[in-house]
Design a protein around this ligand. Structure first.
Ligand SMILES: Nc1nc2c(ncn2[C@@H]2O[C@H](COP(=O)(O)OP(=O)(O)OP(=O)(O)O)[C@@H](O)[C@H]2O)c(=O)[nH]1
Ligand SMILES: [Mg+2]
Length: 252
């Protein structure tokens, strides 16, 4: 199912400069940035995950995002200014609404960078296996996140896209793995063209967000019982109902 939204959660409403919207988003997740409660729809338990796509121009951020959301391949390069998409999914038995911000890789469009760095709960840093410079830039994006968020403990997934272009490969798998272990994050080599490891990248990021959230709750003194309650069977079922209800509402 495809939807698009404004990704304004927790930020002062940023103007969306370009949109591939097909549906307006509902009320879910307009209540603020931090904490489960604030990112959970008032009408149900559908948790919104704010995800930001980062990486050099032309590495395939939009193609990866569109392949995830619409299951189609973007053949041409139309430099992004800023687009946002929403996609529902059930991940590990729990419904989720992924609110994805596809950002600009071209330097002339990167003025909003700090702002969306502040808003994202999880980041996908993308480089192309055919482009050595984009691989080097991945470290710069990592540094930027750390600088803006003042922490290294941010949910992150590193992806090496254009896996299908083997004859043009300029970055080895091993180099990608090493960089991911430096970042302390999961790593996938993806192909937006062939739809390889696209869902995995997004789902893994949601898992990373959930994991860090649980750790944060524990360190904030919440009882394990409370966390368990959140992840309990009933809560999962409720979240799936919320998703179905939401779909129906959009169909009507
Ligand atoms: N063969 C192949 N081509 C890809 C893949 N992903 C993207 N491309 C192509 O690479 C070009 C750039 O893709 P985009 O998704 O627009 O790149 P981007 O990172 O969003 O670029 P900016 O918006 O300028 O930052 C397009 O022509 C895509 O068709 C892939 O996995 N395989
Ligand atoms: Mg783009």
């Amino acid at each position: 199912m495809k939807m698009a939204g404004d990704f304004t959660v927790g930020c002062t409403a940023r103007k969306k400069t370009k949109s591939r919207s097909t549906e307006k988003r509902g009320s879910a997740g307009n209540e603020g940035l931090s904490g489960i409660q604030q990112n959970t729809s008032k009408s149900g338990a559908l948790r919104v995950y704010k995800i930001v796509m980062l990486g050099d121009g032309g590495v395939g951020k939009s193609a990866v995002t569109l392949q995830f959301v619409t299951r189609s391949f973007l053949e041409f390069h139309d430099p992004t200014i800023e687009d946002s998409y929403q996609q529902q999914a059930v991940i590990d038995g729990e419904a989720a609404l992924l609110d994805i911000l596809d950002t600009a890789g071209q330097v002339e469009f990167t003025a909003m960078r700090d702002q969306y760095m502040r808003c994202g709960e999880g980041f996908i840093i993308c480089y192309s296996v055919t482009d050595r410079h984009s691989f080097q830039e991945a470290s710069e994006y990592r540094k930027l996140i750390t600088r803006v968020r003042l922490t290294e403990d941010i949910p992150l997934v590193l992806i090496a896209n254009k896996l299908d272009l083997q004859s043009q490969r300029r970055v080895t798998t091993e180099e990608g793995r090493l960089l991911a272990s430096e970042f302390g994050c999961p790593f996938y080599e993806t192909s937006a063209a062939l739809r390889h490891y696209i869902d995995d990248a997004f789902y893994t990021l949601v898992r990373e967000i959930r994991k860090k959230e649980a750790q944060r709750m524990l360190s904030n003194g919440s009882s394990t019982e409370k966390i368990f309650q959140k992840r309990s069977r009933w809560w999962r079922i409720r979240s799936i109902f919320a998703l179905v209800f939401r779909r129906r509402r959009h169909l009507n």
